[in-house]
Design a protein around this ligand. Structure first.
Ligand code: 4AD
Ligand code: MG
Length: 437
């Protein structure tokens, strides 16, 4: 019998069976005296294999190195010392692909960050990185299941665009058959156009930002989970974001992969308690000033209208130490499309979700749905409305109040997996100064 899934917790049930496995030599220990131990990795999990006697001493056995690809037949026996409680006692093996034993000299635990990133194509074979990549898959599936369970449709908007969403300063510009085009910063404006056709919609797409700063949480290319909902009010939007985060975490906790993969990451993950703390932007400014959190490295205090940047935002979130819905930012500091608060037109119906250890992981708002108001917003933001004709049309043909949000999958993972730097939750991170492998 061939074993399909080495990650299985039921390895004990295989005891006494002869099986075939194929995979890569993850670890290798030559005990001498005709005894060769290896940990075989096949992408689904790991199993200890022992080659004994002639099998460990023949010419082919000398060719087994770390990362050699190999096919092994043998019997499963119980062994308390083996990591999974069983070992495979080989009676036959065949090398499928050799490995140059240099693997370990390329990088090790002491290598610097750039060496690790240059060799990510090899680093990703390690147990921690593969656990992170698998949890990323589990989380992506959990988000999709959340949306499908709530009746959303998924769409795939283009990432080559001719309009900015989140300000001109972080646009990647490119030549599009002689015309100017950009890599999209957000699929939001397209999602908005789809709600009269599909109702509640979401997408999971890459977004791009030419971030000129190096921080623990900024990428040039990130995975953006965005949704848009018609006929909601601001308070509904806040509840929708809470529901997204809590329900998705519950689905992740319920995944059969969770116990094994999270063992070395964050086994104590819990669903945050609802409702999340709501904090007005102006009260956050006051909180920072009251608690000695400075605006910048020069030690300046905050004034209304200041952006709460990465460092103070994290200091505040870590001090409060629970998820915070930071709401009602001044219109001056926010994007053109955000609708104003009914009781104070200098403020927007906007929200950022901040979480301990990371800071902002979600940004959302209600959208201007009045035609005239949108025209004013274009002018107030010095935007030429011409390329936005399709966005404007939505306010001409049956407009509706609506709102939505974008969640950074990478930052979400940083939070729930307790990974210090965002680059470590991404397959091949793109950041200032890095566009390889
Ligand atoms: O707050 P942002 O800029 O909001 C928007 O783009 C809205 N148009 C989304 C919407 O309403 N549909 O970005 C949303 C989220 C942030 O909270 C953050 O999690 C993530 O996207 N994000 C980044 N993640 C990694 N690296 C970057 N450079 C990011 N910029 C934004
Ligand atoms: Mg934001």
């Amino acid at each position: 019998t061939e074993i399909q899934n080495l990650i299985s917790e039921k390895k004990k049930e295989w005891v006494g069976k002869r099986i075939k496995v194929r995979g890569w030599v993850h670890r290798l220990r030559d005990q001498g005296a005709g005894l060769l131990f290896l940990i075989l990795r096949d992408g689904t999990g790991y199993i200890q294999v022992v080659l004994a006697g002639k099998l460990a001493e023949n010419y082919d056995a000398l060719m087994i190195k770390t990362e050699t690809t190999i096919k092994i037949y043998g019997k499963i026996a119980e062994d308390q010392r083996a990591p999974s409680g069983v070992e495979l006692q080989a009676d036959y093996f065949k090398i499928i692909g050799t490995s140059s034993g240099e693997y370990e000299s390329i990088f090790n635990e002491k290598s610097n960050v750039d060496v690790m990133l240059d060799n990510k194509h090899l680093v990703l074979r390690g147990s921690r990185t593969s656990a992170i990549l698998k949890m990323r898959s589990v989380a992506t599936q959990s988000f999709r299941e959340h949306y499908f369970h709530r009746g959303y449709f998924e769409v795939t908007p283009p990432t080559l665009v001719q309009t900015q969403v989140e300000g001109g300063s972080t646009l990647f510009k490119l030549d599009y058959y002689g015309e100017d085009a950009f890599l999209t910063q957000s699929s939001q404006l397209y999602l908005e156009t789809v709600i009269p056709s599909l109702g509640n919609v979401f997408c999971i797409m890459p977004s791009y930002r030419a971030e000129k700063q190096k921080t623990r949480r900024h990428l040039s290319e990130f995975t953006h989970i965005e949704a848009e909902c018609p006929f909601i009010k601001f308070e509904d939007l806040l509840n929708i974001i809470e529901d997204l985060v809590c329900d998705t975490i519950q689905r992740i906790l319920d995944s059969p992969f969770f116990p094994t993969l999270m063992k070395e990451l964050n086994p104590d993950l819990k669903v945050p308690k609802r409702p999340f703390k709501r904090l007005d932007y102006k009260d956050a400014i006051k909180f920072c000033n009251d608690h000695g959190i400075k605006k910048d490295d020069e030690g300046n205090t905050f004034e209304i209208g200041d952006d709460i940047t990465e460092k103070p935002e994290r200091e505040m979130t870590d001090m409060i130490n629970e998820p915070i819905l930071l709401i009602k930012f001044p219109a001056k500091m926010k994007a053109f499309y955000m609708s104003r608060c009914k009781d104070d037109s200098t403020l927007t119906e906007s929200v950022d979700l901040l979480v301990p250890g990371v800071g902002e992981i979600v940004g959302g708002s209600m959208r201007i749905h009045d035609y005239k108001e949108l025209q004013d917003a274009y002018s107030a933001n010095d935007l030429d409305s011409t390329p936005y004709y399709w966005y404007t049309d939505q306010r001409k043909f049956g407009t509706s109040p609506h709102g939505g949000y974008g969640l950074g999958l990478d930052r979400f993972l940083q939070w729930i997996l307790k990974v210090d730097h965002i680059r470590d939750v991404v397959l091949y991170p793109r950041m200032m100064g890095r566009c390889k492998p």
